[in-house]
Design a protein around this ligand. Structure first.
Ligand SMILES: CC(C)(COP(=O)(O)OP(=O)(O)OC[C@H]1O[C@@H](n2cnc3c(N)ncnc32)[C@H](O)[C@@H]1OP(=O)(O)O)[C@@H](O)C(=O)NCCC(=O)NCCS
Length: 232
C-alpha cells in the first residue's frame, strides 16, 4: 500500500520537487509506520483497499476517519495567552527553526494545513475526513477513486455530517465530483523553495505554482436543501 502511494505521487510536482531538492524519495518507507497505525487504530479510522477481483492486485486505497465528538483531542503543546491554539510547526519540534528552503516549504504547508484543520474541526466537532487516498497510476480515471471516496461520503450523509479533505492538485477534481467544494487553499511557488530547477527527465521547464485545496462537503440532505433554495 505504501509503494502504491509512492507510485501515485510520482508525478505530483510538489512531491517531485521535494525529492529532487533534498527530501529523500522514500515515500514508501515513510508511509509504512503511519499506515500500520491507521490500520490498527479502529474503530473510527477505516483503511479500505480496492482490489482487482480477478487478480487480487491492489488498485488503490483510502484512509477515512470519523472525528469523535465526545472525545476532546489533547491540548496543543503550546497555547497563546488567551488559550487559543497556536499553529505548531511540524518540523521545528519546539525551538529548532527549519534550515533549508525545502524545510521552509514543509514548515509553511504543515502550519497552514494545521491552521485550517483547527478552524474546520475545532474540538468536539463530529465529521468525517480523508486522511490519505491513492490509486495506482495505471488504474486511475476508472472510477476507483470515486468509489473509495463514496465509501465515506455515504456514511457521512447517513449521519448528517460534513466531510473534509486536504486536496492535492490531482485529487481536487475527484473530490469536486464527489461534492466537495473549496473552503480555503494554499498556493506556493515551488521554484522559490527549490535549490535546483527540474531535471530534463521530468519534462518540466520550472516547478511552477502548486495549489493545495482545502475542501469541505456538506451532507447530501443539506446539499439538496441548498439546491432547492437556489432554484427558488
Ligand atoms: C486522486 C486520485 C485518488 C483519483 O483516483 P481515480 O481512481 O483516478 O479517480 P476517478 O477515476 O474516480 O476519477 C475522478 C476524477 O478525478 C480526475 N482525475 C483522476 N485522476 C487524475 C489525475 N491524475 N489528474 C487530474 N485529475 C484526475 C478526473 O477528472 C476524474 O474525472 P473523470 O471521470 O471525469 O475523468 C488519483 O488520481 C491519485 O491517486 N492521484 C495521486 C495521489 C493523490 O493526489 N491523492 C490525493 C491526495 S489528497
Amino acid at each position: 500500500m505504501a509503494g502504491l502511494m509512492e507510485a501515485a505521487f510520482a508525478t505530483d510536482r510538489h512531491t517531485m520537487m521535494k525529492e529532487a531538492n533534498g527530501v529523500p524519495g522514500d515515500l514508501a518507507r515513510s508511509m509504512a509506520a503511519p499506515l500500520s497505525d491507521w490500520i490498527a487504530q479502529g474503530p473510527r479510522t477505516h483503511v479500505l483497499k480496492a482490489v482487482d477481483p480477478h487478480t487480487d492486485e491492489l488498485l488503490g486505497w483510502v484512509c477515512w476517519r470519523r472525528s469523535d465528538e465526545t472525545k476532546m483531542p489533547p491540548r496543543p503543546a503550546a497555547t497563546g495567552g488567551d488559550g487559543a491554539p497556536q499553529v505548531v510547526p511540524a518540523l521545528s519540534q519546539g525551538t529548532d527553526a527549519p534550515h533549508s528552503t525545502v524545510d521552509e516549504l514543509e514548515h509553511l504547508t504543515d502550519s497552514d494545513r494545521e491552521r485550517w484543520q483547527r478552524e474546520i474541526m475545532p474540538p468536539g466537532t463530529a465529521c468525517w475526513y480523508i486522511v490519505a487516498i491513492a490509486v495506482a497510476p495505471r488504474a486511475q480515471s476508472r472510477g476507483i477513486g470515486a468509489a473509495l471516496i463514496s465509501w465515506g461520503t455515504t456514511r457521512a450523509d447517513a449521519e448528517g455530517l460534513f466531510c473534509w479533505v486536504h486536496g492535492s492538485e490531482a485529487g481536487r477534481r475527484a473530490f469536486e465530483k464527489a461534492g466537495f467544494t473549496e473552503d480555503d487553499h494554499l498556493t506556493v511557488d515551488l521554484d522559490t523553495y527549490a535549490a535546483a530547477p527540474p531535471g530534463s527527465e521530468t519534462g518540466l521547464q520550472r516547478w511552477g505554482e502548486y495549489t493545495f485545496t482545502y475542501m469541505r462537503r456538506e451532507p447530501a440532505s443539506t446539499l439538496h436543501r441548498n439546491r432547492e433554495a437556489e432554484s427558488g
